[in-house]
Design a protein around this ligand. Structure first.
Ligand code: GLA
Length: 703
């Protein structure tokens, strides 16, 4: 709900449990005066801070501005900075008007227009309120209504301002290839802390979200105040957390301004990516659950958001580039025998792709490996009762490819230096319309010619040479933004034309996971690291923001782990099998079949339920993750042990999220126990061996 605030001239954005209050200052500046738990009355909003300005600081310096523009007394991080052709670089935004409306889903939306005092620039701030999830979406549109172009040097999505004069702790994630989503907590002191990508994709290094809690009150998984935000963007992004000398802590973020500008021509407008922000006083766990719910209800593409994800098989780790019709059919038969529902052929099926040195760009079926095209394999897969999926990496080219021989000018490069290769490949300049069309046409042809139901879309090299020789000289730095926009448009076009096809985003594992790509893809490949123990840590970090319904996890041959342990680790997301089935024993097949059957019975709880991180694998020798169905009638808990110390063979867990008065029974409980009894009294789980695991399942008694 959005209401006018009379006490302070402005608006109150109300969600189920929070208020977010925006006010217009006397000078016409827009600032945030409250973001926290719902209040009883407007009068309870804490008084804004008024400092005595000196000639060194002014109002702009200490007001928690909603969308601070650079110019005048703004010395902290701006959201917007514009250069005008006459040399002016100062912007002065003032409130002009507002409008209340609804978004496409019927959520309340507030649209506030700010205008520049001297130039014909209109900046429109949009706020969409997701009441049930205590989350607000913000994005901004900038209109050039003048007669000359302007340069957008910075055009971030939002400044999230936290209550003043408090010390905060930042939670974020960092990593690199095969080591994604490591959680870190650090205190925020006066100064700035930046997480970002300059690699052209979301990157493995950092992921675009933040969580902030009060350093002196340390939030836990289930208690304490947490302010959080997640940016929906898959190109170069940046989130900067700043504490100013005036006691304001703010998280500003959006498209990275590093090496990036956008020339906005007269009558044109620019929309930046959505930045979702929320508040909870129920700890990090609730912040995550709210984000998962948002993702499932509003972020996922509409086609499959209410569909449970299928169990897939992918032979990449088993066969690498060595794919052919005969062998894939044998694997498909084995996969079908254990209950796999989607058979995906990975890298190696196209062009001259026998290794990573050739073929990228030539999206034609390799005639030696598949003499009659993909038809016979797909028919076989379908006759075994499975859907067929395929891997592509269309943003890249190998030097040894027909595409490069015909279109060497499509490679992203600077005028003189040879572009750098990674994995023997170069980046195509997807910012170029003809390259974007080529990519669309290549994938469209595949989808039109074959009964393909699933695309795994990969991107295996960071952008190292973002040059665009053929473009107007003063607009070449638009390449970063135009690349991402075109990529999004390709997905939108493909999804429109092929609505029955599901897409998985992959970038050497979890290098392109964010709410922007997840608006266009249904799931993501979490990491190329499939070690089931490492995965516990990676998946836990991933769960801070992303729902299990999008997180793909395979059972592979990585490491010396029991098959059961490998299954349990992978059953905590979208289950896939990536092992070499030719090497499995009869017993392995038997167990796998039973585990997949079990997964199918509980996957609605894992994929659509509420997730509770009971014991973190990062902080102990155990790990326990619980999922509770939305109606609280069923729950499943995965428990893992790393090492057994001093003969202690059981662990104690305290499940959460159950209905206190319901009576539950099932695996892991002795007899019937009330929800309250389970949550207060805890459960003992026997895990007698190193690297052992258990899955508990219980349900409420039917009345
Ligand atoms: C990337 C992906 C893998 C696999 C290979 C194929 O590394 O993350 O899953 O698809 O590419 O080359």
């Amino acid at each position: 709900m959005i209401e006018r605030c009379k006490f302070y001239d402005g608006w109150i954005l109300k969600t189920q449990n929070t208020w977010y209050v925006i006010s217009i200052s006397e000078s016409g500046a827009l600032h945030n005066i409250y973001w926290g738990p719902s209040l009883h009355a407007e009068e309870d909003i804490p008084l804004p801070q008024f400092l005595i300005p000196s000639s060194f600081d002014g109002e702009k310096g200490y007001l928690p501005l909603e969308y601070p523009e650079w110019g005048g007394y703004l010395f902290s991080v701006p959201c917007v900075k514009i250069t005008f052709p006459d040399g002016n670089r100062k912007t002065l935004l003032k409130y002009k008007c507002s409008e209340l409306g609804k978004d496409a889903y019927g959520n309340d939306q507030l649209i506030i227009t700010l205008v520049d005092g001297y130039y014909n620039i209109r900046v429109v701030l949009n706020y969409v309120v997701y009441e049930n999830f205590d989350i607000i979406e913000r994005f901004v549109e900038i209109f050039n209504e003048g007669t000359d172009y302007v340069i957008l040097d910075i055009a971030h999505s939002a400044s999230w301002n936290l209550p003043l004069n408090r010390d905060y702790r930042l939670t974020y994630c960092h990593g690199n290839w095969a080591r994604e989503f490591n959680i870190k907590h650090i205190p925020i002191h006066e100064g700035k802390f930046v997480i970002e990508s300059r690699k052209g994709h979301t990157s493995h290094d950092f992921n675009p979200w933040f969580m902030l809690d009060d350093l002196n009150r340390n939030a836990t998984e289930e208690s304490g105040e947490v302010w959080f935000g997640a940016l929906a963007y898959s190109g170069n992004w940046k989130i900067l957390v700043e504490k100013t000398p005036f006691g304001l802590t703010k998280a500003v973020g959006g498209i990275n301004d590093f090496d990036s500008i956008f020339k906005l021509k007269p009558t044109k407008w620019f929309r930046n990516p959505s930045f979702f922000g929320g508040y909870t006083n129920k700890g990090f766990g609730q912040a995550s659950r709210n984000l998962h719910n948002l993702q499932r209800k509003y972020v996922f593409p509409y086609n499959f958001k209410n569909t449970l994800r299928k169990v897939l098989y992918n032979s990449w780790e088993a066969t690498m580039f060595n794919v052919n019709e005969e062998d894939q059919i044998k694997l498909a038969e084995k996969a079908a025998s254990i209950g796999v529902e989607l058979f995906v052929i990975d890298d190696g099926w196209f062009g001259a792709r026998n290794n990573d040195r050739a073929g990228l760009g030539d999206w034609r079926v390799n005639p030696q490996k598949f003499p009659k095209g993909l038809g016979p394999l797909i028919e076989k897969v379908n006759s075994l009762g499975m859907d067929f999926g395929i891997w592509v990496e269309p943003e890249m080219v190998n030097e040894d490819s027909d595409l490069y021989r015909n279109h060497s000018d499509w490679v992203m490069r600077f005028p003189k230096c040879k572009p750098e290769k990674g994995r023997n490949q170069w980046n195509l300049n997807v910012a170029k319309p003809e390259v974007a069309d080529f990519i669309f046409n290549s994938v469209d042809a595949l989808l039109s010619n074959y009964n393909i139901k699933f695309i795994k879309w990969d991107m295996n090299k960071a952008i190292t040479d973002p040059g665009w020789i053929e473009f107007e000289n003063d607009r070449r730095k638009e390449i970063w933004i135009r690349y991402t926009w075109n990529l999004y448009e390709i997905f939108d076009r493909l999804r429109n034309k092929h609505p029955h096809v599901m897409f998985e985003t992959c970038s050497g594992g979890g290098g392109r996971v964010d709410l922007g790509i997840l608006h266009r893809t249904d799931q993501f490949w979490t990491s190329d690291n499939t070690n089931p123990y490492d995965r516990l840590i990676i998946q836990e970090g991933c769960s801070y923001v992303y729902s299990a319904k999008s997180m793909v996890a395979w059972v592979t041959d990585s490491g010396q782990f029991d098959l059961k342990y490998r299954f349990h680790s992978a059953m905590m997301g979208v289950l896939g099998i990536g092992a070499n089935l030719h090497k499995w024993s009869e017993n392995d097949f038997k167990l796998a079949k039973a585990m997949i059957e079990e997964y199918k019975k509980i996957r609605h709880i894992v994929q659509d339920g509420d997730l509770y991180r009971l014991i973190s694998p990062q902080r102990s020798d155990f790990a326990a993750i619980q999922y509770v169905s939305r109606d609280k009638k069923e729950s499943v808990i995965f428990c893992f042990r790393t090492t057994t110390h001093f003969g202690k063979c059981s662990i104690e867990i305290f499940p959460r999220g159950l209905e206190p008065t319901e009576m539950y029974s099932g695996k892991g409980l002795i007899g019937e126990i009330s929800g309250k009894g389970i949550m207060d009294g805890g459960l003992k789980v026997q895990l007698p061996k190193d690297f052992s695991s258990e899955m508990l399942y219980f349900e409420a008694k039917k009345r």
